[in-house]
Ligand binder design. Sequence first.
Ligand code: FAD
Length: 397
Amino acid sequence: SERVVIVGAGLAGAHTASHLRQAGWQGEIDLLGAEPHRPYDRPPLSKELLSGEAADAWLETDLDALDVRLRTGVAATGLDPAARLLATDAGPVGWDHLVIATGAAPRTLPGAAHTPGVHLLRTLDDALSLRAALVPGARLVVVGAGWIGAEVTSTARAAGCEVVVVEAAGAPLPGVLPAEAAESMRRWYREAGARLLTGSPVTEVRPDGVRLADGGREPADAVLVAVGSRPDTGWLEGSGLPLADDGSILADARLRAGAPGVYAVGDCASFPSARYGRRLLVQHWDNALQGPATVAAAIAGGEPAPYDPVPYFWSRQFGRMVQSVGLHAPGDQLLRRGSPEDEDGWTLCWTGPDGALTAVLAVDRPRDLAQGRRLVERRAAVDPAALRDPAVPLKRA
Ligand code: FAD
């Protein structure tokens, strides 16, 4: 029978397998993963699993019931699309359809790779190793005040560690947040008892601390490097499969990846968005959850609608729930709904030149997010005056 091989046994890989069965695929399904583990979820790795509140993060997908052959500890090392052969460290694997779902790998810094005491955070094993270092009184230096840096800082402070966060840019979440939101996030670090140094590029990472561009040093018992991630596609070099400068696989609107029978989904793939008029690389959980339905429909013989979601993600940090939906363009207008001083949360909204809601960032206001998400998806126009009143539900004008 025909065989689908899925490379990468993460969220996108596991969901592709289950969507294939839902779409009626009766052929073989092989799911290959480089890690020694069955598929698990990553968001808990910086939150509940890191704190010990959760004992594990396994995905609920029942691969046996779906008749999926899972091969763990097998890494793809190359691809010959014309011969329909995948090279792996356990020998070649033939396929009729190939789904690439190898996710992303953390960026690193000079001195950080394979150094005891210096941590990256992407895998379950990374999380367990970092968790072991989070003992009361331990000095943790976190490099990077992004989403993962903030989440780990919260968790590490709750575990009784001393935490210093070193960020190269002038504010937390550079380029993501408007200045005032970045200011209130700075306050979250302070209230949690963490020291946040901004405008402090790290020049060298060592197990006993980091060196800063201004010559300063921050001593540490453990260092976490959390400076972003990049699609894990290095193994495709020489395969002829087109890659973008950001390392992503250049998928089309149905997530086909530039060679017959090859698809790409999740953190490793970018796709052309008609909605935004440009190619998007979305490295968030919701994208790895949604993309597989398109891939599965295409493989099972359907003609899926173009994949063009509104990006969505959340982050839990410093006891708060931060959620974001949509993308705002440089000229969009920023509208405030409540203020960072409000006990019950606040929301930032953006509208385009036509008055349509383009993006929402909500802090502890899940209802704004849910209502805003529908409006952003429909490009609905909103009434700015009503929107500014946090007591009035978000709705179209
Ligand atoms: P992955 O989950 O990375 O899975 C890819 C798999 O492929 C991995 O298991 C990898 O080992 C394997 N692989 C790689 N190369 C090969 C190879 N050559 N051969 C075989 N296998 C290979 N998103 C949110 O929206 N909200 C959050 O709160 C949030 N928290 C996060 C916290 C952490 C610590 C991390 C790391 C990520 C978080 N994310 C969050 C992002 C989210 O987890 C990812 O977007 C999602 O996991 C992407 O799924 P994926 O299947 O594309 O890739």
